[in-house]
Design a protein around this ligand. Structure first.
Ligand code: HGY
Ligand code: MN
Ligand code: MN
Length: 419
């Protein structure tokens, strides 16, 4: 790999200023960010990001699902670009760093190379992936999943949010249904920087997580159909109570994850009662739930245990129907040893304490890893908290992560020899 000025560092203040500036798009009173994918707030930050990348000398392409690609030319245009970036959308109670740090740090890498007059051999391409969060539209990591072919573009464009708005309508509404075919942007490798969204780095006093492996994930949509009837006059043995049935499902998810742990988690994140009323026995409940594990066999045991438990509850609660649909599933992800080594080498050379990690959260890098060499860089976040408006990180850790990203990408792209 080519030599690069080992003392090259990103501009920490400029990166931190970009993080604070973009936090205004969807800022919440509690200091968080609500920037649901393809919302007007997402449009605002996308426009900001496009302008910043163009000002840094990039051409910005947008594909049919709104994935954005800012291309910085390299000395050898025949080489596939080295990719970096993450996502700009957030959870409803999101923070300033989840996804945003990786995307803005990638922009900062470009700005630093421009300031230093460094041309890379291979081009660089900074990506903003559409709907990584999967909150407004399922699945999560949606744009990168379609990019690698896990879903067709038509399938994704037809997905609807809780208000019945489709992805296609939302893309058109903010002007981000691009012309580039999905999957057409080549990459030679991809490196994603992200906050850890967990407590390990902070607890161990480590600065950098060298992410080698990501959890497998399975997402379900559930619908429980019982029968509405009077809360006062319906005897208990005759009830077909959808909500009471749901409560057994919630406790089943928790029990299975605890029993099959410690490397297993299960969550019921959404529930809605159809036509709720305090004196009507709930007749219909819709919900979502998920399981994750870094081990394929544990994930399979969770799925099988859940199916068996649902069948047992349905068999016992006569007259109540439980429908469960698997809407998304991803095996555990193993990243590329060469890219992992480049991340570890960059962190160590820069003098940052570091340790190997498994990612608990899902990331676009998980999808990309099925098509190209990929690895991730983690930095600590306060109390390991994320998907919460209190999400926080330090300027120093953000800068450290961006420096590791800079030197990893330089090692992979190579530095053009001065003419
Ligand atoms: O679900 C996840 O892990 C990610 O935040 N979308
Ligand atoms: Mn994220
Ligand atoms: Mn997230």
């Amino acid at each position: 790999m080519s030599e690069t000025p080992s003392n090259l560092q990103i501009h920490a203040d400029r990166l931190w200023a970009a993080i604070l500036e973009t936090a205004q798009f969807g800022a919440t009173p509690k200091g968080g960010v609500r920037r649901l994918t393809l919302s007007v707030e997402d449009k605002a930050v996308r426009d900001w990001f496009r302008a910043a990348c163009e000002a840094a000398g990039c051409t910005v392409a947008v594909d049919a699902l709104g994935n954005m690609f800012a291309l910085r030319p390299g000395r050898d245009p025949s080489k596939a670009p080295i990719g970096l970036g993450s996502h700009l959308d957030t959870q409803p109670t999101g923070g300033k760093f989840d996804g945003i740090l990786g995307t803005l740090a990638a922009l900062e890498v470009l700005r630093t190379l421009n300031d230093a007059g460094i041309e890379t051999d291979a081009p660089l391409c900074v990506a903003n992936w559409t709907n990584e969060e999967g909150s407004r539209f399922a699945p999560a990591m949606m744009g990168s999943a379609a990019y690698v072919g896990d879903f067709t573009v038509d399938d994704i464009r037809a997905r609807k949010d809780a208000e019945g708005v489709s992805v296609a309508q939302a893309l058109d509404a903010i002007g981000y249904a691009g012309s580039a075919p999905v999957g057409s942007q080549p990459f030679g490798a991809f490196v994603e920087l992200h906050i850890e969204q967990g407590p390990i780095l902070e607890a161990e006093g480590k600065t950098i997580g060298v992410v080698e492996h990501g959890q497998g994930i399975v997402w379900y949509d559930g619908r429980i159909t019982g029968f509405e009837s009077h809360a006062g006059s319906t005897p208990m043995p005759l009830r077909r109570d959808a909500l009471a049935t749901f409560s057994e499902i919630v406790l089943t998810v928790e029990r299975l994850a605890r029993e099959l742990g410690p490397d297993a988690v299960g969550t019921v994140g959404e529930v809605a009662i159809a036509n709720p009323s305090r004196n009507v026995i709930p007749g219909e409940v819709a919900f979502t739930c998920e399981f994750r594990s870094p081990h394929g066999e544990t994930l399979k045991a969770l799925e099988e245990g859940f199916a068996a438990a649902v069948q047992e509850v349905a068999g016992r609660r006569k007259g109540v129907e439980i429908a469960i649909e698997t809407v998304w599933r991803k095996d555990p992800t193993h990243f590329d040893p060469k890219i992992i080594a480049a991340v570890r080498e960059a962190a160590t050379t820069l003098g940052y304490s570091n340790r190997p990690m498994v990612s608990g959260a899902g990331h676009d890098a998980f999808n990309l890893a099925t098509k190209m060499p990929v690895a991730m860089i983690f930095v600590p976040c306060k109390d390991g908290l994320s998907h919460n408006e209190l999400e926080d990180a330090t300027p120093a850790d953000c800068a450290a992560g961006a420096n590791v990203l800079l030197h990893t990408v330089l090692a992979l792209a190579g530095v053009a020899k001065p003419a």
